[in-house]
Design a protein around this ligand. Sequence first.
Ligand SMILES: [Mg+2]
Length: 159
Amino acid sequence: MKKGFDIKIPSGKQLRLRYLLLDLNGTLAKDGVLIAGVAKRLKMLANIFDIYILTADTHGTAERLFGHLPVKLHRLNSDLGAAEKFKFMKSLGEDYCVAIGNGRNDALMLKSSALGICIVGCEGTAIEAIKNSDLITNNINDALDLFLNPKRLIATLRG
Ligand SMILES: [Mg+2]
C-alpha cells in the first residue's frame, strides 16, 4: 500500500502529507516514559506515514522506548535543536510533513511544516510553539487521532 495522507481542507489548503515528525519529551513522553496510548497509535499511523522521532535523547531512553516500534529515530547532536529539526524537515520536504511538538525549539519546524500541531501537555508549552502552529490539542493522543478520524481535522481547520 502506498503511504500518504491526502486531504483537502474546505476553504483551505490541499494537504499531501507523507512524513510525521515528532518531538519526544513533553510531546510523546513524560519524564522519559512514553505516554499511555502512544505506542498503539504509532503502530497504526505507520501504515500512513513514515514516522520520525526527533530527539537529543537527554534521558538516554529513545532506543528502549522506540526500538520495538515502526518509527525511525533522528538524533539531534547539538544544542541547536530548532535549527536541526528544521534542517531535517527540509531534507524530507516540508510540504509533506506534519510536525508535532511543544517546545520553543519546535516552533520553526511547526511553522514551516505543511501542518503543525502543538501539544499543551505535562511539560507546558512554549508560547512561540503555540503561535507557530496550525492547531493545538491538549494531549498527544488527540493529536494522533486526527489522522485516524480526518473529519475532526477538517472540522477544526476549515475556513
Ligand atoms: Mg518537547
